[in-house]
Design a protein around this ligand. Structure first.
Ligand code: NAD
Ligand code: DAU
Length: 338
């Protein structure tokens, strides 16, 4: 029996990852440590809540006592750290929780892993640590300089560097992945693709920051989860693996594509003030993981978007609950700030 600690398993990627691991590894046991912030939602794991191979623990990765106790109790073989404050706009409103969770929380986990010993520590990072590309630049490779521009990406870069230090200094078997923008089921409605689909369903204006020409490189969350699984098992300690699906689009193109798939008018598109420090373009060069671990993305973008639109139509109670309460307060504050 392999024991895996997943942090942030009640979030978007974490819940998809837990579902993937339970399906692919019948002999693995998972402990899901999640603080249940505004972004954590146990409804994301409703279909696996009775699975005896998955235990949920509510707690903060930055809580040293709790993390140490958990490592003593469970004797983990593997750690996958997905817990994070993940939204760039929120990091602009208030960077402090990003330092606490993304930087301190990662160090607390690394230290517990060092004290107890583990076979692999997977740090789930982001292409945003590389900063921003100009239109003609080649995509980010694992050798690209670290040049974060937002408080969110700076906190993720700090965590990556701490992971590197634990590998070099203590020999902790750390691997880092840097993935591009994910889309798929259970993503929080604060993010771009959920905002487009949900506003279009309600015939509400779709806010496009700036001129809409910023480029993101989109990947389906299932392709990301398959890559994380491979890196956890076969990734080489001390290495970084970029993950991306060679799928660059401007934000404006994404909105137009989704509106076309939903038979909604382009008149819903509404340009709003730009995000401060808005990165112009991200693009990932994924050839290292493709060659080293034989990973390839499998989900076609248009089919992935069509399935996602259907998913939202079929999961109205899920997103209606998520969009009430705290989310509403945040959205009002954010749009007032623009
Ligand atoms: P998310 O915001 O949907 O989920 C984050 C989860 O972490 C939530 O369940 C939340 O409750 C939990 N959490 C937050 N602070 C915590 C703390 N202190 N202790 C324990 N749990 C805590 O985020 P996501 O989009 O699923 O991203 C998951 C990870 O993947 C993050 O590390 C993010 O940086 C990284 N990532 C995301 C993307 C993307 O496009 N979404 C792309 C590349 C990398
Ligand atoms: O690249 C990986 C990163 O992708 C992850 O590390 C982050 O956790 C994740 O949130 C995401 O960051 P982005 O800032 O790229 O994602 P977001 O969905 O917030 O925005 C995508 C693009 O759409 C970005 O250029 C800003 C723009 N946007 C966003 C929103 C919410 C809009 O134009 N309008 C919007 O309402």
């Amino acid at each position: 029996m392999v024991k895996l600690l997943v942090t942030g398993g009640a979030g978007f990627i974490g819940s998809n990852f837990i579902r993937h691991i339970l399906k692919e590894h019948p002999d693995w046991y998972i402990v899901n440590l999640d603080k249940l912030t505004y972004a954590g939602n146990l409804e994301n794991l409703k279909d696996v809540e009775d699975n005896p191979r998955c235990r949920f623990v509510r707690g903060d990765i930055a809580d040293r006592e709790l993390v140490d106790r958990l490592f003593r109790e469970e004797k983990f073989d593997l750690v996958a750290n997905l817990a994070a404050e993940s939204h760039v706009d929120r990091s602009i409103l208030d960077p402090a929780p990003f330092i606490e969770t993304n930087v301190k929380g990662t160090q607390v986990l690394l230290e517990a892993a060092r004290q107890r010993g583990i076979a692999k520590f997977l740090q789930v990072s982001t292409d945003e640590v590389y900063g921003s590309l100009q239109p003609d630049d080649p995509p980010f490779t694992e050798e690209s300089p670290i040049r974060p521009n937002s408080p969110y990406s700076a906190s993720k870069a700090a965590a990556d560097l701490m992971c590197r230090a634990y590998f070099v200094t203590y020999g902790l078997p750390v691997v880092i992945t840097r993935c591009s923008n994910n889309y798929g089921p259970y993503q929080h409605p604060e993010k771009f693709i959920p905002t487009i689909i949900l506003n279009a369903l309600a015939d509400k204006p779709i806010p496009v920051y700036g001129d809409g020409q910023n480029v993101r490189d989109w990947i389906h969350v299932e392709d990301h989860c398959r890559a994380l699984d491979l890196v956890l098992q076969k990734g080489q300690a001390g290495e970084v693996y970029n993950i991306g699906a060679n799928n660059e689009h401007t934000n404006l193109d994404i909105v137009k594509t989704i509106l076309r798939l939903m038979n909604k008018p382009a008149s819903l598109i509404t340009f709003v003030k730009d995000r401060p420090g808005h990165d112009r373009r991200y693009a990932i060069e994924p050839s290292k993981i493709e060659a080293a671990l034989s990973w390839q993305p499998q989900v076609d973008f248009t089919s992935g978007l069509k399935d996602l639109i259907t998913w939202y139509i079929e999961h109205r109670p899920w997103w209606e609950r998520v969009k009430s309460g705290e989310y509403r307060e945040y959205a009002e504050k954010w749009y007032r700030s623009l």
